[in-house]
Design a protein around this ligand. Structure first.
Ligand code: PMP
Length: 418
């Protein structure tokens, strides 16, 4: 008899049987308010009827039309629809299946296009678990420990963190950009540097919104030195932060934009967008894969984008995100163990801290478990696992937000007293 690998350790004991909207149901039909959205994936909620219908129709028509052999309509339609939401100038798409693969594709493109090797990533960043994307990832030791050597040609620079250093945003940005300038003088010369890769909100690293001035500082340096700027929007894209793309909280446009997760409501498809000129520098045959741009996933992505537009989910993300943050701040005000509530749109973290300012992983872990016991599914993140994060589907209503806050309040009280 085969069993699941112990590497697949679940954060909760829930055996999910079905999903509907913001709710997951277990095999005993117990209902959970799902504020994890499959780690930011089920943007339109579980099994949105329009996504289900589009996927079912496509399954009966053409499941797989391998895109280096033949093209199919769903991928063309998806690309055309993405053209309506992508930043001006980023008008070429390339598709794969997961966030990590799209990160790999962006690194391949950046290196081929510039003829340079080094990719600069930022402390606490998460870009995936493959050997290339994992090499760019420092959000925790688990992704790297015991599996190196990782992909060479990576350098790291500090992310502008305010809370943990007690700095203002301006101080944090000044420090991080000065460190980056030093890195470009010492560790990697600009002429060897292919790209900066950055998350518009540091995700697995602790749900820390990237200050717009930092992105703007990166853009300036990238332009000056001919370095490419890659925005990893795997978690922040498709309305998650209250704008369609996370980088739109700043004035910059990236050279390469990576999208995955929320784009197809749970079907595996991801992609990179770049200008025609840049994408044209990829060497033929050097990118691709058997399943990339799968027809069913593309049809589901197209339906997802339609739902996001027709149900005004980007605005809902901004509105309900503000309501959720306000509610969570009230809970934090009653419980000093929550040192900071932060985020953008429906991507919100609650950082647990001991009275002397150290990460309080134990209480965060208890609060996470106590929430699940009460029917509220959440995730933790941050290098110490002391940030409890909330990423509800973008369809979440004000009432569901309030239900979530009430359950969270009970869970935190239980964690603090337990
Ligand atoms: N980049 C970011 C910003 C992510 O949050 C993630 C996944 N959490 C990835 C890349 C990797 O995506 P995947 O797990 O689909 O490979």
């Amino acid at each position: 008899m085969a069993e699941l690998s112990s590497a697949l350790k679940q954060a909760t004991p829930v055996l999910a049987a079905r999903g509907e909207g913001v709710y997951l149901y277990d095999e005993d039909d117990r209902r959970y308010l799902d504020f994890t959205a499959g780690i930011g994936v089920t943007s339109t909620g579980h099994c949105h009827p329009r996504v289900v219908e589009a996927a079912q129709r496509q399954v009966g028509t053409l499941i797989h039309g391998q895109y280096t052999t033949v093209m199919h309509r769903p991928l063309l339609q998806l690309t055309e629809r993405l053209g309506e939401v992508l930043p001006a100038g980023l008008d070429r798409m390339f598709y794969v299946n997961s966030g990590s693969e799209a990160v790999e594709a962006s690194v391949r493109l950046a290196r081929q296009a510039t003829g340079r090797q080094t990719i600069v990533a930022f402390h606490g960043g998460f870009h995936g678990r493959t050997m290339g994307a994992g090499a760019l990832t420092t959000s925790g030791v688990k992704v790297r420990a015991g599996i190196g050597p990782m992909m060479p040609g990576v350098a790291f620079s500090p992310f502008p963190e305010t809370y943990r250093h007690g700095w203002s945003e301006a101080e944090a940005v000044r420090f991080a950009l000065a460190e980056l300038d030093q890195l470009l003088l010492t560790v990697t010369s600009p002429k060897d540097t292919a790209a900066f890769i950055v998350e518009p909100v540091l995700g697995e690293g602790g749900y820390i919104p990237t200050p717009p001035e930092f992105l703007e500082g990166l853009r300036e340096r990238a332009d000056h030195h001919g370095i490419l700027l890659i925005a990893d929007e795997v978690q922040t894209g498709v309305g998650r932060t209250g704008k369609f793309w996370g980088h739109q909280h700043s004035t910059i446009t990236p050279d390469i934009l990576i999208t995955a997760k929320g784009i197809a409501s749970g079907f595996p498809i991801s992609g990179i967008a770049a200008s025609a000129e840049l994408m044209g520098k990829a060497w033929p045959g050097s990118q691709g894969g058997t399943y990339g741009g799968n027809a069913v996933a593309a049809a589901a992505a197209l339906a997802t984008l339609d739902v996001v537009r027709d149900e005004h989910l980007v605005d809902n993300s901004a509105e309900q995100g503000a309501r959720l943050q306000e509610g969570l701040r009230k809970v934090a005000a009653e419980h000093p163990v929550i040192g900071e509530v932060r985020g953008r749109g429906l991507m919100i973290g609650n950082e647990f801290t001991t009275p002397d300012g150290a990460p309080d992983t134990a209480t965060a872990t208890r609060a996470h478990a106590a929430a699940a016991e009460r029917g509220l599914l959440l995730l933790t993140c941050g290098p110490a696992g002391n940030v409890v994060r909330m990423i509800p589907p973008l369809i979440v209503t004000a009432e569901q937000v309030d239900d979530g806050v009430a359950l969270w309040s009970e869970a935190v009280s239980a964690a603090v007293n337990g």
